[in-house]
Design a protein around this ligand. Structure first.
Ligand SMILES: Nc1ncnc2c1ncn2[C@@H]1O[C@H](COP(=O)(O)OP(=O)(O)OP(=O)(O)O)[C@@H](O)[C@H]1O
Ligand SMILES: [Mg+2]
Length: 362
């Protein structure tokens, strides 16, 4: 059974470098939590402190109401899965999965039963006598997962476990991991810099930057209400517009835009973010009726990117490149081509308003 894990004012310094900067969080039993952030923001360092492989500079890690700062990793009974599968090459699938159980000197019949169970959970029945070198990357990572959960850890920690795999397998293994978590009911703490992965897997996402927690929320909250412009750009895609407040509206080059929520910002310069799917393409002649006229923009199609269900169109406004997404169905219906004129609508309530602009990092 998982218990509550608490990070309390946790910091890690390497000399003058602050890798983790005074972060606090309560992780509920059975929760699927993702740490999401760009390279170097401190994700692995937090995970290593939770496992006990990294010393804490200050703060506490509390598990089941006890401070475990000084408990050695072997005594924490947390399972770990890394990006590199780190399987034992001279052991079969069965032996790899059984490894932790053997170390704990469990009776052979208990080990056999457990390994059997795991083979089904990770979908590798029939492969038990293969060696790692005979398996694909995705299969090897399943074995690593199986080995980590065999000991029935109270918490499973995963550090970018899918990043070495190709896109299709990555998406498939996501489902395997999510299902495992639901069936085992254990807490999972998952580190990734892939925002799509975090949104797809997590109950709660912690967005990190520079060793700090910048936003904690459900995938929906993070996506729909990004607290900073960095998050608006890092999680999903956003168009950014820099403008100046002018009589309750925003001047953007030669244009004036009507924007909801401007009152919340005091500075004169504002940074607006709007997602490609929240801009409307007005195909119909009458579609503009009743809309806020300042926010209707005529432009031309510059680039068409076919993404499958969605088609992403690049256009220019005031010398800035921007994106709008339309469904493939609509795209086909209107037979859009490069250099076509289009009319777009930026709904006033679709903007997020920020005082600062961070460039997207990766
Ligand atoms: N042993 C170490 N000695 C000195 N600095 C370190 C050490 N380990 C990590 N760092 C530094 O701490 C910061 C955080 O590193 P960490 O590995 O936690 O980042 P990360 O978010 O996991 O990045 P990535 O996505 O690239 O894996 C980085 O600036 C890194 O250079
Ligand atoms: Mg890392």
């Amino acid at each position: 059974m998982s218990k509550k894990l608490i990070l309390e004012n946790l910091s890690k310094h390497y000399g003058s470098l602050v890798a983790v900067d005074n972060v606090s969080l309560e992780i509920d039993p059975g929760e699927f939590l993702c740490f999401l952030g760009p390279s170097g923001c401190g994700k692995t360092t937090i995970l290593r402190m939770i496992t006990g492989f990294e010393e804490i500079t200050s703060g506490n890690i509390i598990y089941d109401n006890a401070v475990i700062n000084d408990v050695i990793p072997q005594k924490r009974e947390f399972g770990i899965v890394f990006q590199s599968y780190a399987l034992f090459p001279n052991m079969t699938v069965n032996q790899n999965i059984a490894f932790g159980l053997k170390m704990r000197k469990m009776p052979q019949d208990v080990i056999d039963a457990r390994v059997n169970e795991i083979l089904d959970l990770i979908g590798l029945r029939g492969w038990e006598n293969h060696y790692p070198s005979q398996l694909s990357g995705g299969q090897q990572q399943r074995v690593a997962l199986g080995r980590a959960i065999a000991i029935k850890p109270s918490i499973l920690l995963l550090d970018e476990p899918l990043s070495a795999l190709d896109a299709k397998i990555r998406v498939r293994l996501r489902t395997v991991i999510k299902r495992l978590q639901e069936e085992l009911g254990i807490t999972m703490i998952y580190v990734t810099h892939d925002q799509e992965e975090a949104l797809a897997l997590a109950d709660r996402v912690v967005v990190m930057r520079d060793g700090q927690f910048r936003q904690i929320g459900t995938p929906w909250e993070i996506y729909k209400r990004p607290k900073t412009s960095f998050i608006a750009g890092f999680v999903g895609t956003s168009n950014f517009i820099q403008g100046k407040k002018e009589k309750g509206q925003v001047r953007f080059g030669s244009r004036i835009l009507t924007v909801s929520g401007l009152e919340s910002v005091e500075s004169e310069t504002v940074h607006l973010a709007i997602r490609p799917e929240n801009i409307d393409v007005l195909f119909d002649e009458h579609a503009a009726e009743g809309l806020v006229s300042t926010n209707i923009i005529e432009t031309t199609v510059e680039v068409i990117n076919f993404l499958g269900a969605v088609v992403r169109i690049t256009f220019m406004v005031e010398g800035e490149e921007m994106l709008v997404d339309i469904s493939e169905k609509e795209f086909e219906k209107h037979n859009l081509k490069r250099k076509d004129n289009i009319r777009l609508y930026f709904p006033p309530e679709a903007f997020h308003v920020y005082t600062e602009h961070y460039r997207k990092l990766i």
